[in-house]
Structures are given as C-alpha cells and as structure tokens.
Design a protein around this ligand. Structure first.
Ligand code: 5MM
Length: 341
C-alpha cells in the first residue's frame, strides 16, 4: 500500500495523548471577516503577527500535535526570521496545510456547494511537503434546508473528498477529511442527524471506492446540533448521544482519529460537547479530539485586538482554551474548571 509507513508515522504523532489540532487555516477573506468584527485591520503583516502570537504561545505544544496553516503562512517568518513552519517543527508541532480552494455553487443542485482545487493538487502537495507540511485539510460544506443537501450534492461532495484524500496519500500526506454540515438555519437536531448520516455514509463509501487507507486519514466532522436559529441549544448529553450514534453507524474502527470542527459553537460549548462524548464513550475505537478554529482562537483574538501590548494576554487566553480542550478530549473537563480558569 502507498506510503503506508510514512502515513502511519504522521498519524502516530497526530493522536498523541492529550493533544489535538489547531485550525489556523482561515483563507484571507475569512480571517479578514474575523478581524473586521473586532476592528482589526487585515494585512499580510497583521495576519503574520497574529499567527506568530499563537505559534509562540509557551506550552501550547503540550496540547497541540499539529496546526493547519493557510498557504500564505507557510512562507511567513517569525520576528527573528525563522520560517513559521520551522518554528512549529522545532516545538514538536507538525505543520499541516489547507489545500482546498473554496466553494462554488454545484450546477444542477440548487442550494448546494462544491469545493474546488483538485487540478494540480499532486504537484502542490509536493511543494507543501518540501515546506514542512505533513498533513492536509479539505472542507466540503453542506447547508441544511428541507431539501438541501440534495442527493446529487451529497454524492458529488463525497466523490471530491475521496479524490482529495487519495491524492494526498499518494504524496505521503495524511488527509484530514472535513465534511461540514452547517449550523446555519432553523433546522432541528433530528434534521441535522438525518443529513449528517447521509453525508458520512456517502463519504465512507467514496473513500472505500477510491481505496483510501483509512488508517492513514483523520475525519473532521461537525457535531450533530440544532440550527443556530432554533433555540434552545441541545444539552451536551443530547449532542454527544446523537453524534456518537452517527459515528458508530458510519465510521469504521480503522479510522484512528476524529477531530471535530467547532462550527460556530461558543468556546465553552465546544469543550462541553467534546467532553460529553469522551465521558459517554471512553473506549471508542477512534480518538475523539478537536481541530477547532473559532473555539480555540476567539478569546485570544478578542484579547489581542491587533495591539502588541496585548500579546501576553492573548497568549494566556489561547493557552487556557487549549488546556480546556485537552481535558475535554479525555473526558476530564468540567464547568467548575472552566469557571476557575
Ligand atoms: C469549519 O471551519 C474549519 C473549522 O473551524 P471552526 O472550528 O471555527 O468551525 C476551519 O478549519 C476552516 O475550514 C478554515 O478556517 C478555512 O475556512 P475558509 O472559510 O477560509 O475556507
């Protein structure tokens, strides 16, 4: 099997106890949106300064096995001139890379999207690997309505995820496979369950057809939640029950790790829900961990606010979220710890 030893070596590091993955791979429009909400200007320099702040947080390596980067970050340098990927490697944190090129409407499936970027992916991966990347990430996005995603949307998105994963494994790069069922809308948790079930079933069918080595990939799914415009929020117990049921029904035990996205949950909520899953299923066949962007970064970005004098405060906020999620990844988080922190 292709590059099996290399893939297994990367996975072994990704699943180290107590650790998860930071998603710091926001594309320029996305990070600009996040900055703008806090009145922070988005320039190459502010993005570099912000990401350097995250990557130089002391002790972060206790809780992080890898960080997903955006292409721009691969070529940026820390204040002392060290390339950012090299800085991570020195701290024992593996650099990864977002390789998708965003979404466009899927023709003949009104309301559905499809992700672009497969052309030339093999060559890009070799370049990223030379720059230090050991794993990659690709996101397919599924909006939820009464009719979306359509059966065509589910099938087409699964096919693209599997093609991406297969190309990555050929290059000796571990693929993070990210099918995100969006939280946007007023759908029920039952509707989210139904969509997530169809999506995961199609994704694993496609991965099988494309002969993706399941032991050499990571799944990054959304949790099963009601739409954000459908109060009240579901309890961690309910989210964990629904999410675990769907994972047990669709994800083979050969997959080593499931690293959730936070998808618009608050930082506390994302920790509580991850913790509930680990409490409920302590001997799950897969690691149940995190690959959050907003739920790890929001408090830090807010504390930083684009100002040098706030760096230490922002790093403390970031470290705290890492610690809380490391505890949640082992079912050892509690609300009391959250309040104390
Ligand atoms: C769903 O987004 C991913 C996880 O982030 P959250 O934990 O905040 O939900 C994230 O990795 C995302 O894929 C990147 O930020 C890239 O997003 P864009 O919109 O730039 O493709």
């Amino acid at each position: 099997m292709r590059n099996e030893a290399e893939l297994r070596a990367t996975i072994a590091k990704m699943v180290e106890p107590g650790k998860g993955v930071l998603a710091a791979d926001e594309s320029i429009p996305t990070i600009t949106k996040r900055f703008k909400a806090l009145n922070i200007e988005s320039t190459e320099e502010t993005r570099r300064a912000y990401r350097t702040l995250l990557f130089t947080t002391r002790g972060a390596e206790e809780y992080l096995s890898g960080i997903i980067l955006f292409e721009e970050t691969l070529t940026q340098k820390a204040d002392d001139g060290t390339p950012l990927p090299e800085l991570l490697i020195r701290h024992g944190v593996m650099p990864g890379i977002k390789v998708d090129k965003g979404t466009v409407p899927l023709p003949a499936a009104p309301g559905d999207l499809i992700t672009q970027g497969l052309d030339g992916l093999g060559e890009r991966l070799l370049q990223y690997k030379a720059q230090g990347a050991r794993f990659a990430k690709w996101r397919e996005v599924y909006g939820v309505t009464d009719v979306n995603p359509t059966p065509l949307g589910v099938a087409a998105n699964a096919e693209v995820l599997a093609r991406y994963a297969s190309i990555c494994q050929d290059a000796g790069i571990v693929p993070i496979v990210e099918p995100e069922v969006l939280i946007d809308g007023d759908h029920t948790i039952e509707r989210c369950y139904e969509v997530s079930d169809a999506v995961l079933h199609a994704v694993f069918d496609a991965l099988h057809r494309h002969r993706v080595m399941l032991e050499g990939m990571v799944l990054k799914p959304s949790m099963v939640l009601p739409g954000k415009d459908r109060p009240p929020k579901a309890s961690p117990q309910k989210v964990a029950e629904a999410t675990l049921q769907i994972l047990r029904r669709n994800v083979p035990a050969a997959v080593p790790s499931i690293n959730f996205l936070s998808g618009g949950q608050s930082p506390d909520e994302a920790s509580a829900n991850l913790n509930a899953m680990n409490v409920m299923y302590p001997h799950a066949p897969w690691v149940l961990s995190f690959s959050y962007a907003r739920a790890l970064q929001d408090p830090a970005m807010r504390a930083w606010a684009g100002r040098k004098e706030n760096v230490a405060l922002a790093q403390a906020a970031f470290y705290r979220r890492l610690k809380m999620n490391s505890l949640a990844r082992s079912g050892k988080w509690s609300e009391a710890m959250e309040r104390a922190a």
